[in-house]
Design a binder for this molecule. Structure first.
Ligand SMILES: [Zn+2]
Length: 338
């Protein structure tokens, strides 16, 4: 199949997005939409686009921060959630699990967490109805804000889960070097006891030790896992336990964590039998959405279309959907024709 046809096929392929940050999904167009509502002098699209420009990892974090600072009311979270799901639907995504950074909300105390979650839930319900895409939340804590700060996020999440069944998990992100996973052992255990699934960003900007740490405290999925390739023993454990890896190829390139496209281990991991999933992380910041990631894997890493189907099946398999929903969606992936 030539490239345009492959893209059409990949768009129709039912798939799940498992590593996407709600705040990182906000496009310049959505910023303008919010600004028209919030600001006396609204942003132009041209000015909005400038906010997304960065030179290196540090200025990427600053531009990410600048976008989140433009979320000025809790209601804005309804809009960004709705728009995120709308954009996912256009790529053939049927189910998504998005990180929502309660860590940032609590730390900067600009907006009330309960009001934000209620708004995001309104956006989720409305979008699910309009686009037929299911969405579950994974609450994100920022590890380098310290254990005490993270403990607040964990207890708030346990409380919110009682009210919102769509909150299914909790994860830790941020600077791995300044917040090693082993420090979170007790918080993870408590979250597990509270019925929350556990994920962990690990091996994105630091070595394989960080991934070992994540596995040892019970992380069910690993975000990035880029540095697993440096440790054959770890590769063996990941393969044996079939721990799902939420890979983000374009993100790793754009942040400089992976220096060259062809140095990315996605194909090697797949061939070594690891549980690989493709994801987009923060699409408008990296210039690639999930469909682009699928196309890139097919075109540049020469995954056959049958292998692409396998990656889509992995994404459903590794999701936190209820078993019956998982089976139904897996059936659709298998039956998807040419
Ligand atoms: Zn991430």
């Amino acid at each position: 199949m030539d490239a345009p046809d492959a893209r059409t096929w990949l768009r129709g392929l039912p798939k799940a997005e498992l590593h996407l940050h709600l705040e990182g999904s906000v496009t310049p167009e959505t910023l303008v939409e919010l600004s028209c509502k919030n600001d006396v002098e609204p942003l132009t699209l041209e000015h909005a686009r400038v906010i997304y420009k960065y030179e290196d990892f540090l200025s990427f974090l600053m531009s990410f921060k600048a976008v989140t600072e433009r979320l000025k009311t809790a209601d804005d979270y309804e809009t960004i959630t709705y728009n995120m799901v709308r954009d996912l639907a256009a790529q053939g995504v049927r189910h998504a699990e998005a990180y929502l950074s309660v860590g940032i909300l609590l730390r900067f105390d600009r907006l009330h967490v309960d009001a934000v979650i209620a708004a995001a839930e309104r956006g989720r319900a409305r979008a699910e109805k309009d686009f037929g895409v299911s969405l579950l939340w994974i609450i994100d804590a920022v590890r380098h804000f310290g254990l005490e700060e993270c403990a607040k996020v964990f207890s708030k999440t346990a409380e919110l889960k009682q009210k919102y069944p769509s909150i299914v998990g909790i994860g830790i992100g941020g600077d791995e070097a300044r917040g090693p996973a082993h420090e979170f052992r007790d918080l993870f255990q408590e979250a597990k006891d509270n019925g929350l699934h556990l994920t962990c960003h690990a091996g994105e900007s630091t070595g394989p030790q960080s991934i070992w740490g994540a596995i040892n405290i019970g992380a069910e999925r690993i975000g990035h896992a880029l540095s697993a390739q440096e440790d054959p023993e770890l590769i063996e454990v990941l393969s044996e336990k079939q721990i799902p890896l939420e890979l983000n190829i374009t993100s790793n390139l754009r942040t400089g964590c992976c220096p060259e496209l062809m140095e990315h281990p996605v194909k090697r991991y797949f061939e070594e039998g690891l549980m690989v999933t493709l994801n987009s992380d923060d699409p408008p910041f990296f210039g690639a959405n999930l469909l682009d990631e699928y196309e890139l894997a097919h075109r540049d890493f020469e995954f056959s279309l049958e292998q692409m189907r396998e990656l889509a099946a992995n994404s459903v398999e590794a999701s936190f959907l209820a078993p019956e929903k998982k089976l139904a969606l897996l059936g659709e992936v298998e039956r998807y024709g040419w």
